[in-house]
Design a binder for this molecule. Sequence first.
Ligand code: XMP
Length: 489
Amino acid sequence: MNLNSLDPAWIGKTFDDFLFRPQKGITESRAAISLTSQLTGQVSLELPIVSSNMDSVTGLDMAETMALEGGLGVIHRGQSIEKQAALVSRVKRSHSAVIENPLCLPITATVGEAKLFARRHNINGILIETAEGSGVLAGVLTRRDIPWQRDFDDRPVAEFMTTFDRLTTAPANVSTETAEQIMFEGRFERLPLIDGERRIQGLITRKDVRFLRERPYASKDNKARLLTAAAIGCAGDYLERADELLKSGTDCFFIDIAHGHSTVMETAIDQLKSRCPGVPLVCGNVATADGARFMRDIGADAVKVGVGPGRGCRTRLETAAGVPQLQAIRETWCAVGGEIRIMADGGVKHDKDIFLALACGADTVMLGSALSGTDEAPGRVIEDPATHTKKKIYRGMTSPEAVLESLYDSDDTDAVDAALYTPPEGQEIQVPYKGSVVDILQRIRGHLRSAVSYAGETSLSAAREKTLPDPLKFMVPLSESSRRESYER
Ligand code: XMP
């Protein structure tokens, strides 16, 4: 379809222009309502929420927490390739039931080196191998074994570790349940996995197994490691970045540029498809039916929709480019819905906006400001000296502050030049400090379930199946006064 056949009732409309007409409820328990949705054809999420690839939204903590809560974090590209790849690899290593390539130190390492190693990698137990790179298990050194006094720093770890003959180990194919039982019975925290020649095959920790059991919604890959995604651009060193991110274990690329409906995107998708076949590509941003069809035709697995609705955006103010977000979502669904997946990106101020986005076309929703200001978002808590209220910084990725920071450790002169000569289309603001993002995600989960119940269905997918062919049947357009009645409190 094209814009001419879009029902005029959508033109110029966004989230605050509609309410959802309540349907007859059929659920006995809202807690049982499934919110599963597809990020791409291959990847599904139990909570259809994705945190923005912005330097004030998604770093290590946000990426881990998003995946643990059933969503996904996209690690931003406003940093060096090395730093971004290191973050991806830390997410992949965190909380997996089996750590496949556990970090090791050789038996000749000193206590001082072990302290530094544990701190740098944020781990409590280090596997000790018989010689550097041998991969043969000699023992385990935990934080408890490491003497804190500096005088011991030059002594070899061999003097303090639990040696192999006193360790319990298991074969690589041990089930998580058996591993947990072994660790419970022995009252120890970690179980090295080895083969018949004592070669290290992996590591299971009690903390990780317990943590994952307590989070049934966690987004995991087929090896039970947390899912994570990383953003790349379409210029400069993006292919080198993609190679490194892939080596670090990223599950999905977000090819993210301000104007995705462009020839540079076509080249980038083409290159990435041949370089990293099979890796899902979420590409954007676009805001029109033509833009979505373009993405489908050049091979995107999902299209990211939103030009200018974001809280840190100035694109509409500075360039006049943009489409009201609910219209953009509907327009793209009419163009490519059911063929590739749609992610609504930007402009969500209230939880009801998320449901409207999903009911009108989006498969998943990306949030920036709504998740900013939390403990898990990068950046410090600042206190306003006048009001004593706590705040954090939220900023658009093309704000002068974010651009400057991203240039600090860039060797890519083309990218530096391009950034320096492009006037900003983003801004920095202060947002209230909000505590843990876990509470926000739980609130969103609860509100989405309630919305599905009001839609008269028992799952998000059933609700979308009902509304997507003609959402206007379920929507109440608002007048000035009904908008005041609904939202002014
Ligand atoms: P919200 O409304 O959730 O929006 O805070 C997050 C989205 O905003 C986009 N973004 C930008 N858009 N200039 C823009 O025009 C920018 O500097 C900028 N930085 C982020 C991005 O799509 C994000 O997910």
